[in-house]
Design a protein around this ligand. Structure first.
Ligand code: ATP
Ligand code: MG
Ligand code: FE
Length: 346
C-alpha cells in the first residue's frame, strides 16, 4: 500500500511518499528561522508559510520518489491535534489531491504518526509495546495494542517535556527551539551540579503516581536557581544548569517508562517525538532498559521531530485494513488517541 502523506500540524511543512513501512521520499521544510524572531511558533504565520510552500513540497516529494500518480493508493494528511489553521492547509491539499486523482483519502492523528515513526527504522516490530511519546506538546506513556487501538497510561499534568526544554532555554536566553541547544550545552556541564525536583504527582491516598509527571515545577525551580545565582552576582554556570535540568527530566521519564512497561508486562519501549532525540534521555533509558531486560527503540533523529513519513506509515497501515475517511472530515486542535478509529467512521 503506497500513500502520499502531508503533515502541517505545527511549524514543519512536510510531504512524504511511503510504501507500507518504507520511505520512498520525505521532504521536510522547517519554519524555525521564520518563528525564531518571535521566540516561538506564531499560528497565523505558520498557516501562511504552509500555504506558500505546500505545492512545491508535494511536487518535490513526488519527484524524489520516482513514482507517478498511478502508483499511489491513497492521500493522507494530519487532521489532529495541532494548530487549526495550519492543519487546514495540509488537510485541504490532501482532499484536493484525492479528488483530482481519484484516490482514497485518510485523516491521520499526529500522535499516532509519532508512534509509527518507530516502524520506519524497525519494520519488524509489531504491537503490543509501550510508546514513550515526548514532544513539544505531549508527554505520554501509551499502550500500543494494535493499529488504531491505544490506551494512555501516563501523562504530564502541565508542561510537556519538549515545552520544558523550550521554556528553560528561553529563561537561560538560549533561543528557540530549546531542546537541541540544551542537549549540546549539557555535554560540557556537570549533571550533578544542582539538585532539581523531578515533578512527582502526589496521590490522595499517599505516595506518588507511578506514571504521571509535572514539569512546570521543574521549570520554576530552574528559574529560582537562576534568580538566586544572579542575585549573588555570579556568572551563570549555564552548562551545569543545562546538564542538571536534562539529567532530571531524563531520569524522571526513564523511571516512569520502566515502571509502566514492567507493570504491564511489555518488553519493548518505543520512544517518539522531538525529545526522543535527546542524548541524556537516550543514555538513561538504554542503561535502565539493559538492566531490566527491556528492548528500547529510538527512531532515527530525522523521524523524531515532525515529518510526513511517520504520517504516511500510519496511513498505509490503516488503508491496508480498508480504513478511509469521509471528505467531510474536519480538523481538531485536540483529539484523544482513543478516538483515532472515529476518523475512519468506526
Ligand atoms: P506535538 O507532536 O506534541 O504536537 P511538536 O510536533 O511541536 O509537538 P516535535 O516536533 O515532535 O513536537 O518536537 C519538538 C520538540 O522537541 C521541541 O520542544 C524541541 O525543543 C524538542 N527537541 C528537539 N530536539 C531535542 C533534543 N535533542 N533534546 C531535547 N528536546 C529536543
Ligand atoms: Mg515542530
Ligand atoms: Fe509532533
Amino acid at each position: 500500500t503506497t500513500v502520499l502523506a502531508i503533515e502541517t500540524s505545527c511549524d514543519e511543512t512536510a510531504v512524504a511518499i511511503v510504501k507500507n513501512r518504507e520511505v520512498c521520499s520525505s521532504v521536510v521544510t522547517s519554519q524555525i528561522p521564520v518563528h525564531r524572531q518571535y521566540g516561538g511558533v506564531v499560528p497565523e504565520v505558520a498557516s501562511r508559510q504552509h500555504l506558500e510552500i505546500i505545492n512545491q513540497a508535494i511536487a518535490q516529494a513526488m519527484d524524489e520518489s520516482l513514482m507517478d500518480w498511478g502508483q499511489i493508493d491513497g492521500i493522507a494528511a494530519t487532521c489532529a491535534p495541532g494548530l487549526v489553521g495550519a492543519l487546514l492547509v495540509g488537510l485541504t491539499a490532501a482532499k484536493t489531491l484525492a479528488m483530482v486523482y481519484e484516490k482514497r483519502f485518510l485523516g491521520v492523528h499526529h500522535l499516532e504518526g509519532h508512534i509509527y515513526a518507530t516502524y520506519l527504522a524497525q519494520p519488524n516490530i509489531d504491537p503490543p509495546f509501550l510508546s514513550l511519546l515526548v514532544s513539544g506538546g505531549h508527554t505520554s506513556l501509551i499502550y500500543v495494542k494494535d493499529c488504531g487501538i491505544y490506551e494512555t497510561l501516563g501523562t504530564t499534568r502541565d508542561d510537556a517535556a519538549g515545552e520544558a526544554f523550550d521554556k528553560v532555554a528561553r529563561l537561560l536566553k538560549l533561543g528557540y527551539p530549546g531542546g537541541p541547544v540544551i542537549d549540546k550545552l549539557a555535554q560540557t556541564g556537570d549533571p550533578q551540579a544542582f539538585t532539581l525536583p523531578e515533578g512527582k504527582i502526589s496521590l490522595s491516598g499517599g505516595g506518588y503516581h507511578p506514571y504521571d509527571a509535572s514539569f512546570s515545577g521543574l521549570k520554576t525551580a530552574v528559574l529560582r536557581l537562576v534568580q538566586n545565582l544572579e542575585k549573588d552576582g555570579e556568572e551563570l554556570p549555564i552548562a551545569d544548569i543545562a546538564a542538571s535540568f536534562q539529567e532530571t527530566i531524563a531520569k524522571a521519564l526513564t523511571k516512569r517508562a520502566i515502571a509502566c512497561a514492567g507493570d504491564h508486562s511489555l518488553k519493548t519501549i518505543a520512544v517518539g517525538g522531538g525529545v526522543a532525540a535527546n542524548s541524556g534521555l537516550r543514555k538513561h533509558l538504554q542503561t535502565a532498559a539493559a538492566k531490566h531486560n527491556f528492548q528500547v527503540l529510538f527512531p532515527p533523529l530525522k523521524f523524531c521531530t515532525d515529518n510526513a513519513a511517520m504520517i504516511g506509515c500510519a496511513a498505509a497501515d490503516h488503508l491496508s485494513r480498508g480504513h478511509t475517511s469521509p471528505f467531510t472530515l474536519g480538523v481538531h486542535s485536540r483529539l484523544p488517541l482513543t478516538k483515532v478509529m472515529e476518523l475512519y467512521g468506526k
